[in-house]
Design a protein around this ligand. Sequence first.
Ligand code: AMP
Length: 468
Amino acid sequence: MQPSFEALQLSPALITVVHDLGYTQPTPIQIEAIPALLAGRDVIGQSQTGSGKTAAFALPILQRIDVDRRELQALVLCPTRELTAQVGREMRKLGRGHHGLQVIELVGGQPSRPQRDALERGAQIAIGTPGRLLDHLERGVMKPDSIKMLVLDEADRMLDMGFGDDVGEIIRFLPHGRQTALFSATFPSAIEAMSKEVLPEALRITIETPDEDLANIRQLKLCFGDDDKLLALCWALQSQPHGSALVFCNQKATVREITEELSRGGISVDRFDGDLEQFDRDQVLARFRNHSVRVLIATDVAGRGLDVEGLDLVINYDLPEQAEVYLHRIGRTGRAGANGVAISMVQHESDWDIEAIEKFTGHEIEILDHSASKCLSLDDLLKQLAEGPKMETILISGGRKDKVRKGDILGALTGDAGGLSGKDIGKIEIQDKISYVAVSQHVISDAVSCLNAGRIKGKRFRATHVGR
Ligand code: AMP
């Protein structure tokens, strides 16, 4: 029998939160890692994204910190800003019963000042990218003495990105008796060496055979032969009715090109690549998460740290050069027990690169039958793909720090105050200083005016429509 959360020595308060979030059973990595971390052991975990590893370390951290003390007690190192934000979201979600909990995100590419202020105000948990964390430590703004837990998340990726030295430097700042957890999808020799040095006594947890991890994902290949590749992409999109689809390309130029083409065809689409400024990245992802953007065209920047509820289709417009990247890409769908489909576009069924992937995963990829779409013209396909209800996103200049809650925004838009119908309001996402709300396209201007004219929690906030 599968153990329950109750069997993992979690506090009753955390068990309640986990159940409220709809997590009925712990995932394999959680079953192994949570009791070990609660018992104070170092842990090395090999696990894919989507395995529930964030909660596997977040829950023990939440249980082991003392919220009454406003000093830094846990530090989580992540390779990217997106993963930092995602870990932050999960940590706050799981920590919502901890009154007085402060979780701060410290990432590069953003002004240092507000981060320094936040550190000075005090937080129990800091999550961030190595370069910026090291900077705060070296300047003496971040006080490491009270840190008792360190997590290295996606350690392989941190090393790939050249953060190895920074990670080493950060560790030198930390107290000796601290507990450490390292998570990595792969274990190349550099990670083995780091593990031996940093956590020689750790409990090792290996959870995965690729087959099992991919059990919820139907893998298909679309062989387009000499046909136009954009047309073939439309076949792929049409073949699987989807709520949200993520399309991977290897190059930024391709991302731009197909985003433009699909957008001209009336499809709800946007792009996500390394050229976007941080603020735009945040907005694009928020719009994708709340389904204002149904198709996101991305480079591998988005491959990690992107967690979208209900992402049911991943398409490889180009195959990645490494088979491992293939796993990371398709692992964006089929998360936490949901079903997903991954379609790889290949010219011929036995191209060597798709065969290399099949060998790596030990799994033969089925051929997608697209004969039904083949008789439609590109225009007709685009027309069909552009159908369906459309949502738009509003950015509100207030968030958690202003005590804004989902119900406040819903209340401001509906009922006597706003007059809109609840069915026109989509997902609401509250961040620290801002919030996003999705509304039906036909009520967007009414919704923006009503939010700008009214008050939330007695205060006026600015509401703006965020679009492409
Ligand atoms: P991760 O592997 O940490 O990126 O988590 C993947 C997704 O699974 C996240 O959206 C989590 O909120 C969700 N999740 C984590 N643990 C569980 C669980 N035990 N049951 C259901 N969903 C979970």
